[in-house]
Ligand binder design. Structure first.
Ligand SMILES: [Zn+2]
Length: 368
């Protein structure tokens, strides 16, 4: 009996190690599977019967702990209930904002980015930077077009550019080239790790049309949607942070920061805490972008984005050169709150200068 358990465990461990090596070899994207502490499951605001649930029988059979990754960042996301409806797209209170996209997952499932592995994060290897966000929806959930456009790719092999390649880290993926662009640049969105592709190349889709189903194909540790926004070219190197492109829930806002050292260089993978005031709900933890192919917005030049913050007062805290620093910032409904930190000047909640007219997107980029 004990031998059987030991053999099973060894076998399990070996498979786990092989799986890990396999993942490292594939190494681009994606994501850690849900952590329940992160509040991955949407919870109804009115919790009815939970208080009267019968006590759970104690587990008496020996069990083997499942092999799983420990996520690199602690950052527990507050347990979230149903969120308000999203602002209608395109949503842009300021001329330099561009919340052009709806969420690629409907609101009856998790439709927000996984907290521990945001855009610009690293997980599989220090030099592999996350070029999208991961949405922790359940396997089989419908994946929706984030905006109108034409399907230009729907297959395995997106990263390796080898159609049909089942070892591609994106797994089964769909790319939509949108009917609109931004500042004369074409916009694409990418939907990866599908269990099933439904859209076909050449198909024109509207916002909300089903492109495929959530799965765990490619380099992933569990079912989720990897979602990218690509600006100017349909390549791994031309992504932009999707949290700057997906419309926030109504009444909620987005924190954007640029944190630099004494030489004006971006601080990489710098931990920052964002605490609602008064702090009845848990703080959020966010890391600045790692060095690599995480691109900053042309206007903000940011290295930190935290979307989906209910409007209100927040305390932003981090340690710099062994000093605990903190400052306060207001988040406004449907807007970006921008701050900078530099070694010399400390914090400032001053947006970059208002863009001149030539910064405006102007007329939509026509795409055939
Ligand atoms: Zn991902």
């Amino acid at each position: 009996m004990y031998y059987e358990i030991a053999a099973l465990f060894l076998n399990y461990l070996r498979n786990g190690v092989l799986y890990f090596v396999f993942l490292i070899l594939l190494a681009t994207s994606c994501a850690p599977s849900p952590t329940m502490e992160s509040g991955a499951t949407p919870t109804a605001v009115i919790a009815g019967a939970t208080a009267t649930q019968p006590p759970v029988e104690p587990q008496i059979k020996p069990t083997i702990a499942p092999f799983r990754f420990i996520l690199p960042t602690p950052g527990a996301e507050p347990v979230s209930g149903w969120r308000p409806p999203l602002y209608p797209v395109p949503w842009a209170v300021s001329p330099y904002d561009h919340f052009y996209f709806a969420r690629p997952i409907a609101a009856d499932n998790v439709n927000w980015p996984l907290a521990e592995y945001r855009y610009g994060g690293v997980f599989f290897a220090p030099n592999i930077v996350h070029t999208g966000v991961d949405i922790d929806a359940e396997e089989g959930t419908q994946i929706l077009a984030a905006g109108p456009g034409t399907v230009v790719s729907a297959d395995w092999g997106l990263y390796t550019e080898a159609p049909g390649s089942v070892t591609d880290p994106y797994g089964q993926a769909v790319v939509v080239r949108h009917d609109f662009g931004y500042k004369d640049q074409t916009l694409f969105t990418v939907y990866a790790h599908m269990s099933k592709i439904i859209a076909v190349v050449g198909q024109h889709v509207e916002t909300g049309d089903v492109l495929g189903l959530v799965g765990d194909t490619g380099a992933t540790t569990g079912p989720h949607l990897h979602f990218e926004v690509r600006l100017g070219a349909n390549t791994f190197y031309s992504t932009s942070n999707p949290e700057l492109w997906m419309a926030p829930p109504q009444g909620w806002g987005v924190l954007v920061g640029k944190l630099t050292d004494e030489d004006g260089k971006l601080l990489h993978q710098f931990p920052v805490e964002v605490r609602p005031m008064p702090s009845a709900v848990p703080l959020r933890k966010v890391l600045t972008y790692a060095e690599g192919p995480a691109n900053s917005d042309e206007y903000y030049q940011e290295n930190l984005v935290l979307s989906d913050l209910p409007a209100g007062l927040y305390k932003i805290v981090f340690k710099y050169k062994d000093k605990d620093l903190q400052f306060w910032a207001d988040i406004y409904p449907g807007q970006v709150t921008y701050f900078t930190f530099t070694d010399e000047d400390g914090f400032q909640v001053i947006p970059p200068p208002v863009p001149t007219l030539d910064f405006l997107p102007g007329t939509a980029t026509a795409v055939p």
